[in-house]
Design a protein around this ligand. Structure first.
Ligand code: TLP
Length: 348
């Protein structure tokens, strides 16, 4: 029997570096980055800061380390930070804020990842001997657990103003902020201007093999750099991968639009399969949240069924799976995946 070709929709993190990245990595000039001697890392950090309109930037191994070092740099032990209740920082970072920063997380309910500025305002603590200090508000754009939804600019602006009135900072978990920018049709600076700091990933839709950027004011970035070292993230001749990050930033942003078009194509196709539903209003970028209740099959069972047909995705709620489009799946792969799903559902 011929082997089934795998169509991997688990995440955009599965993307392989492009040929151009591999060549840039091969040629990269390097040095010891802990001494600030790696010219490729220095170039990436400068480019990245400029791109998101911030004074400075630092290259970190992962988005998780980027978010956590940012929280460490903005807070003091015993502070409180406000996050949306489905945020990656709260759901998937292993309790990092408690462990690393010693802060308490105050999750507030959003709609499709969008917090109501009035709720943020109400959550910010007044001065009182009993209360922790609210030092940081975190926004996630695009918002992963809502299926890649975009937090609108007016909402970000309102939260930024509410935070600043109360003397708190805003950190943007912009793991996929370039997807948000492409989805909104704006320069990414239009989004990042409503945050004091931003973390974004080079390793997701932008296809670099690893790495994230934390950008913000100079003194903040110096603190992040030191916390990166504390966590063991002081890397040496890391220009060898930062070179791929430069290609990611210069060559891979505009093509995210293709992933968004493929996500729409996938969502529309799924909605034609009896038993599966996607709420089209949530299909705004490169993710598709598929509800499986109509199949009388839970997410993990549906995931298992399709794995046996070579279509991979993750189950993220009891009756929901997440499919993510990216550079390594074409429109033809989407059609093939739809065909396999329709057939598997018919024959189950
Ligand atoms: N997200 C991963 C998983 O961890 C869930 C994925 O496949 O989507 N912020 C956001 C919004 C993210 O989605 C992620 C990764 C991170 C931060 C962390 O980035 P890494 O994986 O580089 O630590």
């Amino acid at each position: 029997m011929p082997e089934v070709r795998i169509i991997d929709l688990r995440s955009d993190t599965v993307t392989k570096p492009t040929q151009e990245m591999r060549e840039a990595m091969y040629r990269a000039e390097v040095g010891d980055d802990v001494y600030g001697d790696d010219p490729t890392v220095n170039k990436l950090e400068e480019m990245a800061a400029e791109k998101v309109g911030k004074e400075a930037a630092v290259y970190v191994p992962t988005g998780t380390m980027g978010n956590q070092t940012a929280i460490m740099a903005w807070t003091s032990r015993g502070d409180e930070i406000v996050v949306e209740e489905q945020a990656h920082i709260y759901m998937y970072e292993v309790g990092g804020p408690a462990v690393l920063s010693g802060v308490q997380v105050r999750p507030i309910r959003g709609r499709l990842g969008i917090m109501d500025p009035a709720d943020v305002k109400a959550a910010i603590r007044a001065e009182n001997i009993h209360f922790p200090k609210t030092s940081l508000i975190c926004i996630e754009n695009t918002h992963n657990r809502s299926g890649g939804c975009i937090v609108p600019l007016d909402n970000m602006k309102a939260i930024y103003e509410v935070a600043h009135e109360a003397g708190a900072k805003v950190h943007l978990d912009g793991a996929r902020v370039f997807n948000a920018a492409i989805g909104l049709g704006v320069d990414v600076k239009e989004i990042t201007k409503y945050a004091d700091s931003v973390q974004f990933c080079l390793s997701k839709g932008l296809c670099a093999p690893m790495g994230s950027i934390v950008a913000g004011p100079k003194d903040f970035v110096s603190r992040v750099r030191k916390y990166r070292k504390l966590l063991g993230g002081g890397m040496r001749q890391v220009g060898v991968v930062a070179a791929a990050g430069i290609v990611a930033l210069t060559k891979m942003v505009d093509r995210l639009a293709e992933d968004h078009a493929n996500a729409k194509r996938l969502a529309e196709g799924i909605n034609k399969i009896p038993g599966l539903t996607v709420e089209m209003e949530t299909v705004q970028t490169n993710m598709v949240a598929v509800h499986t209740r109509g199949l009388a099959m839970d997410g993990p069972d549906f995931q298992k069924l399709m794995k046996s047909h070579g279509v991979l995705f993750n189950a993220d709620l009891p009756y929901r799976v997440r499919m993510v489009t990216h550079n390594d799946v074409t429109a033809a792969d989407i059609d093939e995946a739809l065909e396999r799903i329709a057939q598997a559902v018919r024959n189950r």
